[in-house]
Design a protein around this ligand. Structure first.
Ligand code: SUG
Length: 446
């Protein structure tokens, strides 16, 4: 029997060290805003406002907490010694790039937190989670341990939820989580088709690959996740991202495609073998026809897709179709704004477009879709989760005051060495785990 299920979105709460360090080669926005002064308070409030608007519309909205940064255990593992003040002083002097990396608030982009397979697709009918190793970028490769702890603290009931450790942290198994994973289905509770998009085949050096920017996800990683989650061939499709798109700045598939229900909204340059990908999905999709909403380069050149983050939008079910929740930048790029006006008039499942302001995150290459991890849950599973992380009016008020009390409104690269910052972060996070009812998840709490 098909169970009733919903798609819950777990947004990353932006951390107090949000800054612009230019850490992500291949991510155009991250590089072009290097050394800009960030406003962590505004970033967190923008994220909370997005969550609140969606929660007010009736969507199940959850929160994943930020991580402890700067991360002293990583600095110790790299040979920095002494007390914390001495460690921060030494790394700032010897290698400010390492300090920036261990200070990044990058866990806010929870589309990269993990890959999640709903119970309707998996062999043991549990929801499966694998935190992404994010091995392509040092600053992100240190996220998966705490991500795993947060996920276990929220989805703790083993009769419903299965947790796997991240894949081996090497480029052969580079895994970027749900940013390269989309699920198509007729209804959320029905068995679906999980589309895994990879940038490169690791063990075949002559296979197509980008030449300018790195491919962060490998086929081998995608296949391993599918195996771990117990997905048979009926539930998984593997597709190579177009290497030319990666070289144009599309560092994750969710910068060029987004799917929901039976709808796949994508740019014509997204996939290497577009026709085969669509056929493979259609062949496996039960109870619905695939609605492929294809955007041509003539309508939106790929550079405009990257500049506006058109495809890094949330595609959400509404009573009469689907809502595309786009970043504000989509109205600043002429071709994209024009396209959106045409889209809502055309005959597609996408019937509405709404703008969300997440500019602070966008300057690091993170749009609305990067900021959320989708978890499809049936009624029993939803009931079994730790409800402390579900956004209510009261929690929104509480978190807004928490941000206002603890976050700075300016953060530059020089500020990262300030020992006061580390103290502020720990005080804030200790309070946060109490607010969200998560127990101890941070190294400083263990
Ligand atoms: O991994 N930016 C992130 C953006 C992640 C976007 N996520 C998705 N597309 N799902 C990244 O490149 C930049 C940090 C800096 O430069 O300070 C950064 O990590």
């Amino acid at each position: 029997m098909v169970k009733h299920a919903v798609e819950a979105n777990f947004d990353g709460l932006v951390g107090p060290t949000h800054n612009y360090a230019g850490l992500s080669w291949g991510n155009v926005a991250s590089k072009s805003n290097v050394n800009a002064v960030a406003n962590p308070r505004e970033a967190a409030l923008q994220g909370l406002a997005k969550m609140k608007r969606l929660a007010d519309r009736g969507y199940v909205q959850g929160i994943l907490p930020p991580h402890e940064r700067p991360h002293i255990p990583t600095l110790r593992a790299l040979g920095f010694e002494g007390n914390e003040r001495q460690i921060l002083e030494a790394v700032a002097k010897a290698d400010p790039a390492i300090l920036a990396a261990v200070s990044s608030a990058s866990c806010m982009w929870t589309a990269n937190a993990a890959t999640v397979s709903p119970s309707a697709d998996t062999a043991d009918h549990r929801v499966h989670f694998t935190p992404a190793n994010l091995s392509a970028k040092f600053h992100r490769s240190i996220e998966h341990q705490v991500t795993g702890r947060s996920l276990k603290a929220i989805f703790g009931d083993e009769s419903y939820f299965a947790h796997h450790p991240a894949l081996p942290s090497v480029s052969h198994f580079g895994d970027e989580g749900a940013a390269n994973h989309t699920r198509l289905c007729s209804r959320y509770g029905e068995p679906g088709v999980e589309l895994f998009v990879y940038g490169q085949v690791a063990f075949n050096e002559s296979a197509p690959a980008p030449s300018k920017y790195p491919a962060r996800q490998t086929l081998e990683a995608s296949r391993a996740i599918a195996r771990l989650h117990g997905l048979t061939d009926r539930h998984a499709v593997f597709a190579q991202q177009n290497p030319a798109a990666i070289d144009a700045g599309v560092f994750h598939n969710d910068v060029i495609a987004v799917g929901n229900g039976n709808c796949l909204f994508y740019h014509e340059q997204a996939f290497l073998e577009e026709a085969r990908v669509l056929a493979d999905i259609q062949e496996r999709l039960t109870g619905a026809e695939l609605e492929a909403v294809r955007v041509s380069s003539a309508q939106v050149p790929i550079e405009d897709a990257v500049a506006s983050y058109l495809f890094n939008s949330q595609l959400l079910n509404t009573a009469d179709g689907m809502l595309l929740a786009v970043p504000g930048e989509c109205r600043e790029v002429a071709s994209v704004s024009r396209y959106l006006d045409e889209l809502v008039k055309a005959d597609t499942p996408i019937t509405a477009v709404e703008v969300f302001d997440v500019k602070q995150s966008m300057r690091n290459g993170g749009g609305p879709a990067c900021l959320r991890l989708r978890v499809v849950l049936n009624d029993g599973e939803l009931h079994a989760i730790n409800r402390g992380v579900i956004l209510t009016d009261a929690l929104y008020e509480r978190l807004t005051s928490w941000v206002e009390a603890h976050y700075r409104d300016q953060l530059s690269q020089q500020d990262l060495a300030d020992p006061m910052l580390l103290e502020e972060v720990r005080k804030a996070l200790d309070e946060l785990t109490g607010i969200l009812g998560l127990g101890s998840i941070y190294d400083f709490q263990l």
